[in-house]
Design a protein around this ligand. Structure first.
Ligand SMILES: C[S@@+](CC[C@H](N)C(=O)[O-])C[C@H]1O[C@@H](n2cnc3c(N)ncnc32)[C@H](O)[C@@H]1O
Length: 317
């Protein structure tokens, strides 16, 4: 593993109002706004509990794609370019991070937050109807932001990563810190899931937890070819073993480099992932699962630069 220090671009583009915590760590606040329909439901506990709503993800996505009417209508946006920022209620996910984790060695990148996590969080907020009352597994959760957002609407969230640098303890602390934001009925479990361990070698506890998972989500886990190879095998295990799995969502930022070999800008980690996935998926001569790119043309609820190289992939049967 490389000993280079790496830093998420997020820390250069946004002020996370970082404050010192009593335990010597720092707390960053990731502000967001709820889509209006979610906020309305939260404000009306009867509706929330009875699950009654006139939720219409597709309508909203369509309106947004057709000129952003939804931003002024049924969706509050954090987009400060819109003249409606005064009417927006800002909320925040507060995350406890090791003080020195603005830049980390490559093997501790989970201590930072990457743009992909916020893109995926936005997607879940926008399409919360799809994830409502579902069981969600997050892989490579980092400090847990996307799992925390999933807990706003899911029935159960299994938040996983490798247990390195105190990551799992940090995730649990972050989940506890943001417990007031979650759906009161949602159960969140933090446990280790290492891509390098084969499904058959998972603990009985983990296998039991995973059995009724309906969605797998992950953000920015494609950045190192060796980890990507293990990630694809782990995905394959989950796709084969989880009977209720409907889809896997993978958010990532394509990172371009110019190579003399290609005489062009290429995104080597992303291309490596596609190659390895394609090879595994087609190894019996026919594609077993569908991989497609999902439109990222949904509103931004968190504060970050939604750069064009952010990609959301969906794998399903
Ligand atoms: C770039 S960080 C992304 C963290 C978070 N999802 C985000 O977007 O902010 C990559 C994540 O993959 C995790 N990871 C690396 N190797 C792993 C492995 N073998 N199994 C599971 N997760 C792994 C890291 O610990 C880290 O949390």
């Amino acid at each position: 593993m490389s000993t280079f220090e790496v830093q998420s671009e997020l820390y250069e583009e946004t002020d996370f109002a970082t404050t010192d915590a009593a335990n010597g760590n720092s707390i960053s606040k990731f502000t967001f706004v709820y889509p209006k329909r979610l906020e309305d439901r939260r404000n009306n506990s009867n509706q929330w509990e009875n699950g009654k709503s006139n939720d219409s993800d597709s309508d909203c996505a369509e309106k947004y794609a057709n000129g952003g009417k939804c931003l002024n209508g049924s969706t509050n946006s954090i987009n400060k370019d819109q003249d409606e920022s005064e009417s927006v209620t800002e909320n925040g996910v507060s995350l406890d991070k090791d003080e020195h984790s603005k830049s980390t060695k490559l093997d501790l990148v989970g201590l930072q937050i990457w743009r992909g996590a916020l893109l995926l969080a936005d997607y879940i907020l926008h399409y919360e109807k799809r994830f409502k009352n579902r069981k969600i597994l997050e892989l490579g959760s980092g400090v847990g932001l996307t799992s925390i957002v999933s807990s706003f609407c899911a029935r159960e969230v299994i938040c996983t990563d490798i247990n390195i640098g105190g990551l799992l303890k940090l995730i649990q602390a972050n989940i506890d810190r943001n417990a007031h934001l979650k759906d009161p009925d949602c159960n969140v479990v933090v446990t280790e899931l290492d891509f390098k361990v084969k499904y058959e070698d998972y603990s009985e506890y983990l296998k039991t937890q995973l059995q009724d998972v309906e969605y797998v989500i992950c953000a920015d886990v494609i950045y190192d070819d060796e980890i990507t190879n293990a990630f694809v095998l782990a995905l394959e295990g989950l796709l084969l073993e989880l009977p209720k799995l409907k889809a896997v969502y993978i958010a990532l930022e394509k990172r371009y480099v110019f190579t003399v070999e290609d005489m062009d800008s290429v995104a080597p980690s992303y291309e490596h992932f596609l190659r390895v996935f394609y090879r595994r998926n087609n190894r019996f001569g026919i594609a077993r699962w569908k991989l497609k790119q999902v439109s990222t043309n949904f509103p931004r609820y968190f504060e970050y630069e939604k750069v064009k190289d952010l990609v959301l992939l969906k794998i399903s049967n």
